[in-house]
Design a protein. Sequence first.
Lengths: 85, 183
Amino acid sequence: MKKISQLLKTQQYNFSSDFSSTVLCATQAIKDHSPAAKWFILGAAASIGLCIVSTYLLEGQLSIDTFLGTEDLYNDTLIEYNDIH
Amino acid sequence: MLAINKSDFQLIDLAINGDDRAFQLLVERHQRIVATASVNMVGDMDIAQEIGQQTFIRFYKAMGSFKKEAKLSTYLTRIAINLSLNHLKRNQTFANRSLDLSKADKVQTASDSFDNKQVVNMALQMLDDKHRSVVILRMIQGYSTNETAAILEIPKGTVLSRLKRGLDKLKKHLKEDLEYEKN
């Protein structure tokens, strides 16, 4: 068992000499992409916010019907529509 | 300017503030423990190198929230072991875990005893993942039972039982399968 312990202690490894440079390149890429991704998410959030505000200003309410553009449709209207067609 | 004798925590602070050289120094300082953990876990230098990169990238992303009461080497070892275990789970066919000498040839050695290292590496690959991880942490990387338990998030008693079983199996493989004693 002592011999095995000694053998196991020699199982030390190193990566290639350019390993740290490769890692640094990868982290650099993350750093470069992060601001772009941040602006993209910010832009998308701002667009959604603007859409909500403009819908509220135009329609005076915020409901699913308003967003779907079906707030003027009532069940009676739909029954009439079905009868005609 | 950056001094090589700065502590890990000082280098982390510099790296958080955008000092790339500080981060590179951390990678250079700890690549050996990550390499030792991942090469012994997966038995392949190319795969281990990918795992090593992922380990440091994960650390880079989480650097801001790194708790400085933990040792960086322990933290990195935990990531490397977990990533290795994930890799092994994803590729759990015996074919992928084959003990090919040509594969072992690719393993870079840090000492002259290349043949012994190769034989031991192959014997390690014959162990179950759970036994191998304990043997690597305790016997190769020199972590204490408590540290090993913390890294693997298992009870101390489990570490001890897996270590005993792992070493018994390793001894058996070295003796019988690889005929180590005869050589």
